[in-house]
Design a protein around this ligand. Sequence first.
Ligand code: CTP
Length: 479
Amino acid sequence: MASLTIRKLDDAIKSYLRLRSAQNGRSVEEEVRVILREYCEGSPAPTASLTSPSAPAERPVAERANAAGQASVTLIIGGGIAAFKSMELIRRLKERHIDVRCVLTKAAQQFVTPLSASALSHERVYTDLFDPGSEFDAGHIRLARECDLIVVAPATADLMAKMAQGHADDLASAILLAADRPILLAPAMNPLMWNNAATRRNVMQLRRDGIHMIGPSAGEMAEANEAGIGRMSEAIEIAAAVVDILRPPRPRPLAGKRVLITAGPTHEAIDPVRYIANRSSGKQGFAIAAAAQAAAADVTLVSGPVELRDPPGVTVIRVESARDMLHRVEAALPADIAIFAAAVADWRVANEGEQKLKKTAAGMPPLQLVENPDILATISKLKDRRPPLVIGFAAETEHLIDNAKAKIARKGCDWIVANDVSPALGVMGGDRNTVHLLTRDGTDIGVDDIKVDSWPVMTKEQVATELVAKIAKTVEKNS
Ligand code: CTP
């Protein structure tokens, strides 16, 4: 198969490809593949001229509106070698459905062109404070305010000094002075400039003024043989910081609450190499732990052997057997809410072999089973340390609601999440679940007073989110 070297193509074709790929947010190679595929599939060949596409028609700032209600950023590109990374930053922000309007300082235009920024942002680019096209209605004020965030990348030592001092002698500094939106700086400069006492003072002042900063990071400089702190953060890191700042503060309905969760199967040893287990994947319990953590709870997850990663921010205790699980659950008390999602083995082998059991002429060795402790029932029936809200699961293959009602009464918990684990439904090990939430308000009431709420089929994450929302509502009501 022949290969194609893009470098050897005509300059006009190269520049057309570069602009088309920038506009579509693809690499040049990907763009060539797309053009060839479209051609083979019978789409008309590209008809655009091989000259540069023109910049979007100028519109006064006043007319600009974000019809889609998307977040928008004014990106001020300062004059430094890192300005080329800002082109990638525009792409990363657009990928995250953030509108970008670029402002290039005079110095920035030595490194990148307004045309590249315009092609990538699909917007007009602003460069002049005294631009009659936008300043007839104080366009710099609108650029400062008709956005959700102002990002300065690269933020040069000079731009930061101007900001710290409140200068406004060009478009970028005028926008920054007129801003009533949050500002994020991504500094980039030579390490000696970054360490200079004047820059240190300015950085300190800007931080005191509530300006967000990301970076700079350590690494090699554009200048030969120079390394140190001063490299602009990568575009993907800046985009993540932008998303973080734009994200509305998350509700914290379970802040200050301790949530204890069990998950997964237990393994009950037969001998040193064999065990009794079940098909539980642990996914539902892990999803509940993640949802409770997202609701700001302090979460401890006691899990049997599963192939799942620890949910971030959750204290995970890995155990093997039902008895280990009970000990670790008791040790993790007190808790405000306990959720028992584990598929605990009901029995263990009484005569566990110390050595591997061998096949003998006498046939299979008899396995004597004894019942495991019931962790849910034990915790539900505690006198002093019973968590105020105890939730069990009921894994059933028949008479789902009746069995679950009997279980809530027998075990003494407050709620039960009942699910049908018949193999045909693929709940055990699968990603979806159909559950019924059984609730009761007091321990002395009969099964007829238990309320049943049947939920539609959902992913295990959705079940977790719904359950945590219901818990949060109840906690709020009872507090
Ligand atoms: N459970 C527990 N300890 C056990 C057995 C079960 O904590 N030894 C908990 C489970 O985590 C679940 C609830 O009890 O929250 C019900 O589990 P399930 O397997 O549905 O019922 P079993 O108690 O095992 O009863 P059965 O086998 O008769 O259905």
